[in-house]
Design a protein around this ligand. Structure first.
Ligand code: PAF
Length: 282
């Protein structure tokens, strides 16, 4: 496994691999890898000749009051996990190279970015789509792997790839959960054991919403209210949103139908967690 820090070197390697008819799978990450990332990596290794994983904590997707400085980092541990999974290249660029002085260009998707997480994190998705397009230009992959856990991010990236005619297949991978149902996230590290227990309310509420829909409920506002009640009943949780949206428009649905995403964001103590499930409703 080779660790590449220089952007030009990464591009050169990718061009050479592609010229040798090798397919390149890419997993963008912010490091501090957990089982959820590793499932993406294993799938990329399975499906491609060459796998590149980037480790880059992207400053432009964090708000001024958010946890960019405190975001957990452990490169040595990440490298050893990636080495075990037979990754070919780890791309680890420096912030000053990715955003040099005078940097002035951003990629903005103008649909679905001001709802759900976009409402409480106003410039978050602009930062995500900017870094993901830059990483795509640096790694030049054939396929890129994203987890459904960040469902809104995944749908926005698909929209960007479609709109900008990027010749990259976006592969969506299932959410990986801890025992008890808590979705894996690097931020779970911030939770005390009491908070970890309290955080289960998120997945439990999503499961309840699924079963109400399975039983025939189609009123999106009723289910939204019921989800909010469930979360509010947990003393350590503060709700950001509980929503049922169309996966095509990311807009909330009064009448539940079609490809939908049920999504929740809540603070457990001071840690903001998100989770969602995808359903096809007839
Ligand atoms: O999902 C993440 O970890 C990040 O948003 C991503 C896609 C690596 C961009 O920084």
């Amino acid at each position: 496994m080779e660790i590449i820090k220089e952007i030009e070197k990464m591009q050169q390697i990718s061009r050479e691999e592609a010229a040798a008819k090798k397919s390149i799978g890419f997993v963008p990450t912010m490091g501090y890898l957990h089982e959820g990332h590793l499932k993406l990596v294993e799938k990329a290794v399975d499906e491609n000749d060459i796998t590149v994983v980037s480790v880059f904590v992207n400053p432009t997707q964090f708000g001024p009051e958010e946890d960019y400085d405190e975001y957990p980092r452990d490169l040595e541990r990440d490298l050893s996990l990636l080495r075990e999974r037979k990754v070919d290249y780890v791309f680890y660029p420096a912030v000053e190279d990715v955003y040099p002085e005078g940097y002035a260009t951003y990629v903005q998707v103008e649909k679905g970015t001001d709802v759900l997480c976009g409402r409480s994190r106003p410039n978050h998705f602009k930062g995500v789509t900017t870094i993901v397009s830059k990483l795509f230009n640096m790694v030049i992959p054939h396929r890129a792997y994203f987890g459904k856990k960040d469902g809104q991010q995944l749908l926005i990236i698909r929209q960007m790839v479609r709109d900008l005619n990027m010749d990259i297949e976006i592969v969506a991978c299932p959410t990986v959960r801890e025992e008890g149902g808590l979705a894996m996230s690097s931020r779970n590290k911030y939770l005390s054991s009491k908070e970890r227990e309290a955080a289960l309310v998120i997945n439990r509420t999503l499961e309840k919403a699924c079963s109400w829909i399975e039983e025939g409920e189609r009123d999106g506002w009723e289910i939204k209210k019921a989800m909010e009640r469930e979360i509010k009943a947990e003393p350590l949780a503060t709700i950001d949103y509980a929503s049922i949206v169309s996966r095509e428009t990311l807009q909330e649905l009064g009448v539940i139908k079609g490809p939908i995403m049920i999504a929740i964001a809540a603070y457990i103590g001071s840690t903001r967690l998100i989770d969602n499930v995808w359903l096809e409703v007839t």
